[in-house]
Design a protein around this ligand. Structure first.
Ligand code: SAM
Length: 215
């Protein structure tokens, strides 16, 4: 697929849209400006790739709205070399943003078709996070602890397993609420058994499934 001047122009416009909504992290904005989001769209929808909206990617799931991706990425305050677990690989777009920010990325997806598709597609774009198939509501204990964890689906509660798998000083960014709307939360592990919780604005995600999700 081609990345034309027109696509690049639409991307610059998208960066301005996201910036106008309060995203200030220059590295996050640069990642949004660099990644060809239209590569993730089927032909019929490609004209919508640079709208600031979520879109269907199959299996009843969505590629998140760029503003949401930018908001969560900014909250994570990623430093190059951070080891990050993403729950909900989906299209892989958010995983690529994390890679562009210099993170070492572990990403887990619950829908087998999406896992298989994204695992074969991202390397074709030159990106290689560590892909896993399974229930991320339990985290991914095999590779814990992580500097940061991001959940890209709406959770009913904060799963304890995710706090357990964070390093002290690390944080979890997770939307928590009912199936209609969720509040974005950042939970920082300030000590072995101490956390600090911050609550941000409302978002609407597809539900987190699995044992510590909506089942
Ligand atoms: N990060 C994705 C992107 O950039 O396209 C967002 C995809 S979508 C908003 C959320 C994803 O979370 C879906 O692909 C869904 O299948 C996945 N998901 C839901 N519950 C999950 C679970 N328990 N473990 C792993 N993935 C899950």
């Amino acid at each position: 697929m081609e990345d034309s001047y027109r696509h690049k122009g639409m991307r610059r416009q998208l960066v301005k849209t996201v910036q106008a909504q309060g995203i200030t992290d220059e590295r996050v904005l640069a990642a949004i400006g660099k990644i060809p989001r239209h590569f993730f769209f089927e032909n019929a929808l490609v004209e919508h790739a640079y709208e600031d909206k979520a879109f269907p990617i199959g299996a009843g799931q969505t590629i998140s709205q760029p503003y949401t991706v930018a908001f969560q990425s900014q909250l994570l305050q990623i430093k190059p070399g951070d080891k990050i677990l993403e729950i909900g690989t989906g299209s892989g777009y958010q995983a690529i943003v994390l890679l562009e920010l210099g993170a070492e990325v572990y990403t887990i997806e619950y829908q087998k078709t999406l896992y298989e598709h994204t695992k074969s597609f991202l390397p074709k774009m030159g990106y290689k996070p560590n892909f896993f198939y399974g229930d991320g509501s339990q985290g991914l204990s095999r590779f814990a602890p992580y500097d940061k964890i991001i959940v890209t689906a709406g959770a009913p509660t904060v799963p304890n397993a995710l706090i357990d798998q964070l390093k002290v000083g690390g944080c979890l960014v997770i939307p928590v609420g009912n199936q209609k709307t969720q509040q974005m939360m950042r939970i920082t592990k300030t000590g072995e058994s101490k956390i600090k919780s911050e609550v941000f604005k409302d978002f609407k995600f597809v539900p987190l499934l699995g044992d510590d999700g909506w089942k």
